[in-house]
Design a protein around this ligand. Structure first.
Ligand SMILES: *[C@@H]1O[C@H](CO)[C@@H](O)[C@H](O)[C@H]1NC(C)=O
Ligand SMILES: *[C@@H]1O[C@H](CO)[C@@H](O)[C@H](O)[C@H]1NC(C)=O
Ligand SMILES: *[C@@H]1O[C@H](CO)[C@@H](O)[C@H](O)[C@H]1NC(C)=O
Ligand SMILES: *[C@@H]1O[C@H](CO)[C@@H](O)[C@H](O)[C@H]1NC(C)=O
Ligand SMILES: *[C@@H]1O[C@H](CO)[C@@H](O)[C@H](O)[C@H]1NC(C)=O
Ligand SMILES: *[C@@H]1O[C@H](CO)[C@@H](O)[C@H](O)[C@H]1NC(C)=O
Ligand SMILES: *[C@@H]1O[C@H](CO)[C@@H](O)[C@H](O)[C@H]1NC(C)=O
Ligand SMILES: *[C@@H]1O[C@H](CO)[C@@H](O)[C@H](O)[C@H]1NC(C)=O
Ligand SMILES: *[C@@H]1O[C@H](CO)[C@@H](O)[C@H](O)[C@H]1NC(C)=O
Ligand SMILES: *[C@@H]1O[C@H](CO)[C@@H](O)[C@H](O)[C@H]1NC(C)=O
Ligand SMILES: *[C@@H]1O[C@H](CO)[C@@H](O)[C@H](O)[C@H]1NC(C)=O
Ligand SMILES: *[C@@H]1O[C@H](CO)[C@@H](O)[C@H](O)[C@H]1NC(C)=O
Length: 824
């Protein structure tokens, strides 16, 4: 980055642009130190090296309850000139991260698109919510919905029509991927539910949701092409080479939930799929998204992810963002003003016949249908003028056209009472992995020692300094970095919240926040007269957009900090704030009495963890991924290096197919430290009496769904409940708490090889008073018991016996039932 010639505008872009918008001359290839090398295999390249052409682009129809809005959109399009239509599909610099220019003649005040999945990023006086991985760890459908409803209200209050959220790509194929924390889980079912409910929350608040990044954007390194300084292409972006079945059953799965929920927009991703850029891949956009899934909204490019004009339009791309190109990565002021591959070129494409005007009409109709459906034409708040001056991404000096924004810097505080929700959600999402010797909850200890550089205040300004490569030494991590970050208007640290709470009991609190000092000292020499009754060790691990993580160890020598404290303190409690998977070599240490994973909890971090430590909230989070014993136990590595020089040579082979995370560990009988779905409580639970019932009144279940017209989400039959499974759950302990019964399905032997041994197909969080017993019910849809049949290009139910397992985690299955939809 530092090598790029900086001009006034460019330096602004570098310092403050969303990471999606940044230019990295080779910096995407940062982690050369990795040992994995995936040599170019021309045999496989021959198989994968192309994506099948699918044309023409399907037109929207208003299906899925959008008919009224669709008519309004068509009427709107009928009023537009060709130039106005071109404007409608092309971003311009303006007050927001993405902007569609207003057309006052039609009372259309433009469209404002803003980042991102945890917060309206660029502004102040908004909340920073728990991150996607944190919410996934809640396994709580109410949390998934409520969080985004609250967030959506903040976007609306600030005048943003479109929230660039939520994310299911990356889904988490590689544990190291820098953006996994923005999304949810490597399990497609859990991610799918979180996507669906997150979208419902945003759209119930009147804000358009964007399901991103479509699809298989599973690593950051080389996600974009690299150019020489003279403008010649050095490398194409990495190509994610995924077979058809894997794409359907893993990476596309949560996007199907998103489309089924009526998501307004889908963002195509940076990288290539089977050799073709995602934003011009007709198989992905025309074929899978618009035809097979019946998507009715618009495809928006990731920022600068568009690499073609005519080809992209005909492949199903609908809106270019931010609407300027970045061909010549060394020459920036011109770039910021360079017009788009869309824009004026769209007019030419239609005039010269390379794009049908009907396709352009469809693009604009797709953009305006969700706008009318969410009634954004009625009383929508204006873009908060105060946010305009915080938008250094498109600073006013870069605006190509005037914008009617008053120079009003008064504060528009969008936060309402959301701090309460954030505090509660993050506490409930905390995962308790270990709790021996009654270590937790705390009971008015006499002396608390706080250790680790994650406990205190961030030093030297906000954490979300976009693009900087920090892991900052001092300060707690409440959110990760990049365009998915948030601007913390305030942050409650663990240290300050604990001190305030401990005061109620008159507890002595002393802190040692210097990891180096703690790791290298005999801990008994640190404390003054006798050891603390409880030693709370706060550790962290950083991740952000553009780079991938290089290690799964806790940052700043976290393991050594734990070893040092635990060798002298027999009640050592480890708390982590992390982007996701960490290996925990101290997990079985006898003096480590408790382990809590808080992930990235958002602005109320300290209050949330204090509520859990003191038992005001009984933790009920469950792991949304697997914690292996060793870093080397994980498969599906990131491609970090190549040995060749061809422009095409960055290839990522998804050879593990369906075997990621627990599917891989289960298929290969690998023992793990803590399995997918695992988590403890301060109380205990029991489960029994599994009952599975068919919902079919009569008639056998057919192998394939009936050929019903596609509605958003695909063939509607796939979403039909075929079975219900219910189980009685009771609280056998002494305190109120929640548990998460989980349903996993084993497919019959007739399913094609490579089918994972067990796959999550249901979960419900249930809160119970001591002694209380309740029945939890799961609904099993046709999709849940189908595999993607590559020959028929349909979802198929295999014949023979399925086993439905219900339990407390993926490896703690307490009841099972055999189900035979189609006799063998
Ligand atoms: C390339 O892939 C083919 C097909 O999977 C395999 O048989 C061959 O061994 C691979 N070659 C190398 C050099 O890895
Ligand atoms: C990618 O190639 C594989 C192997 O030929 C194929 O199964 C799959 O459908 C292709 N996917 C896309 C999106 O082109
Ligand atoms: C624009 O709004 C004004 C005032 O509400 C209304 O009179 C006019 O008909 C509207 N124009 C269009 C094209 O909708
Ligand atoms: C651009 O630079 C590269 C690397 O130095 C060189 O191989 C290539 O020929 C140059 N292209 C042009 C058009 O000068
Ligand atoms: C890219 O910008 C540099 C610096 O201004 C200029 O010298 C070079 O000619 C440009 N290259 C292209 C391909 O436009
Ligand atoms: C067409 O696209 C090219 C490449 O981005 C750009 O340089 C040119 O200005 C565009 N033309 C119009 C009329 O927008
Ligand atoms: C039509 O115009 C587009 C946009 O300028 C251009 O990319 C394309 O090559 C043109 N096609 C023909 C057939 O002239
Ligand atoms: C916007 O750009 C102008 C001119 O380059 C500069 O003076 C101003 O400080 C910038 N504003 C922000 C918020 O960066
Ligand atoms: C600018 O906005 C103000 C208030 O939002 C409105 O009264 C005025 O008519 C607008 N001016 C133009 C030129 O659109
Ligand atoms: C942290 O401790 C180490 C080892 O004692 C010391 O070298 C370093 O200066 C300390 N850092 C700060 C910020 O005090
Ligand atoms: C556990 O802590 C005690 C001090 O309370 C210490 O004597 C002992 O060596 C520790 N055990 C281990 C395995 O470090
Ligand atoms: C921990 O150590 C303290 C004093 O060093 C002792 O009183 C206590 O019993 C020990 N607890 C356990 C669980 O070993």
């Amino acid at each position: 980055m530092a090598t790029v010639a900086a001009t006034a505008l460019w330096s602004l872009l570098l310092l403050a642009a969303p990471i999606d918008a940044q230019v990295y001359m080779g910096a995407d290839r940062s982690a050369d130190a990795f040992t994995w090398v995936q040599p170019l295999n021309t045999t496989i390249l021959g198989q994968y090296g192309h994506s099948e052409p699918v044309y023409p682009s399907p037109s929207s129809t208003g299906a899925g309850g959008w008919a009224e809005a669709f008519e309004k959109a068509q009427a709107f399009v009928a009023e537009l000139t060709l130039t106005e239509k071109s404007d409608m599909v092309t971003g311009v610099p303006g007050p927001c991260i993405g902007n569609i220019y207003p057309i006052p003649r039609l009372n259309f005040s433009g469209i404002c698109l803003q980042d991102g999945p945890v917060s309206l990023r660029i502004v102040d006086y908004v909340s920073v919510f728990p991150s996607g991985v944190t919410v996934a760890a809640s396994w709580d459908k109410t949390v998934m919905y409520e969080r985004n409803l609250a967030m959506g209200r903040e976007f609306r209050a600030k005048g943003a029509h479109v929230a660039l959220a939520p994310s299911a790509g990356p889904m988490g194929r590689c544990v190291y991927s820098g953006r996994n924390w923005e999304g949810f889980s490597p399990d497609p079912y859990l991610s799918g539910v979180a996507m669906e409910l997150g979208i419902r929350g945003l759209q119930d608040a009147g804000v358009q949701a964007v399901a991103k990044h479509f699809v298989a954007n599973e690593q950051e390194i080389m996600r974009n092409p690299v150019y020489y300084t003279n403008g010649t292409l050095q490398y194409e972006a990495i190509s994610a080479n995924v077979d058809d079945r894997t794409l359907h059953e893993l990476y596309m799965w949560p996007f199907a939930n998103a489309v089924h929920e009526g998501v307004s927009s889908v963002m195509c991703s940076y990288q290539r799929a089977n050799g073709s850029y995602s934003c011009q891949n007709s198989k992905l956009l025309n074929g899978l998204l618009k035809d097979e899934l019946g998507f009715q909204g618009y495809v928006v490019s990731d920022w600068y992810a568009l690499h073609a004009g005519v080809d992209a339009v005909n492949a199903g791309m609908d809106m270019d963002m931010p609407g300027t190109t970045r061909y010549n990565r060394s020459y920036v002021p011109e770039l910021a003003r360079m017009t788009s591959l869309f824009g004026g070129n769209i007019t030419t494409m239609v005039s010269n016949g390379s794009v049908a005007e009907a396709r352009l009409n469809d693009m604009v109709t797709r953009i305006m249908t969700p706008y009318f459906h969410l009634r954004q034409d009625e009383d929508y708040p204006t873009v908060d003028p105060s946010s305009v001056f915080l938008n250094t991404f498109s600073n006013q000096s870069s605006w190509l056209r005037p914008w009617n924004i008053t120079q009003d810097t008064s504060i528009r505080d969008a936060r309402d009472n959301h701090a309460e929700i954030i505090r509660r959600h993050a506490a409930e999402s905390t995962v308790l992995l270990k709790n021996i010797n009654n270590a937790l909850p705390l009971k008015a200890p006499r002396y608390i020692g706080i250790f680790g550089n994650d406990a205190g205040e961030i030093q030297n300004g906000p954490i979300n300094r976009f693009g900087s490569d920090e892991s900052l030494e001092y300060g707690t991590y409440a959110v990760g970095g990049g365009s998915g970050s948030g601007r913390l208007t305030y942050l409650v640290t663990p240290q300050e919240a604990l001190k305030a709470r401990a005061q109620q009991d008159g507890t002595v609190v002393e802190s040692w926040l210097n990891n180096t000092l703690v790791a290298t000292s005999d801990a008994t020499t640190l404390w003054s007269y006798r050891g603390p009754d409880v030693c709370l060790v706060f550790l962290k691990s950083w991740a952000r957009e553009v780079i991938d993580r290089e290690s799964l160890e806790l940052d700043w020598d976290g393991n050594a900090v734990v070893e040092s404290v635990a060798s002298s303190c027999n009640n050592t409690i480890v708390i982590t704030h992390s982007a996701g998977v960490n290996v925990l070599p101290f997990a079985d240490h006898p003096n480590v009495t408790a382990i809590l994973l808080a992930h990235y909890p958002g602005q109320e971090s300290g209050n949330s963890i204090t509520d859990v430590l003191y038992g005001d909230v009984n933790p009920s989070g469950r792991l949304p991924y697997t914690i292996a014993y060793n870093e080397s136990d994980y498969n599906a590595p990131i491609v970090t290096n190549i040995q060749t020089t061809g422009v095409e040579d960055w290839q990522s082979w998804f050879d593990e197919r369906l075997e990621i995370d627990y599917r891989y560990f289960d298929a290969n009988n690998i023992s793990v430290q803590y399995e997918f779905g695992y988590g403890l409580s301060y109380t205990s639970f029991d489960m029994s009496d599994l009952i599975v019932e068919s919902t079919q009144q009569s008639g056998a279940i057919q192998q394939f769904p009936a050929a019903t017209p596609v509605t958003p989400g695909g063939n509607p039959e796939l979403w039909q409940t075929l079975y219900t499974a219910s189980i009685a759950v009771s609280n056998t302990g002494l305190s109120r708490g929640s548990t998460v019964p989980q349903l996993y399905i084993s497919f019959p032997d007739s399913a094609p090889s490579g089918t994972p041994p067990r796959q999550l197909r249901g979960f419900e969080k249930v809160e119970l008073a001591p002694g209380e017993r309740r029945t939890v019910t799961f609904e099993i849809m046709r999709r849940d018991i189908s595999y993607w049949d590559v020959f028929s290009q349909e979802w198929a139910v295999p014949s023979g016996d399925f086993i439905f397992h219900v339990g407390f985690s993926s490896r703690d299955l307490v009841a099972s039932a055999t189900v035979t939809p189609i006799a063998a």
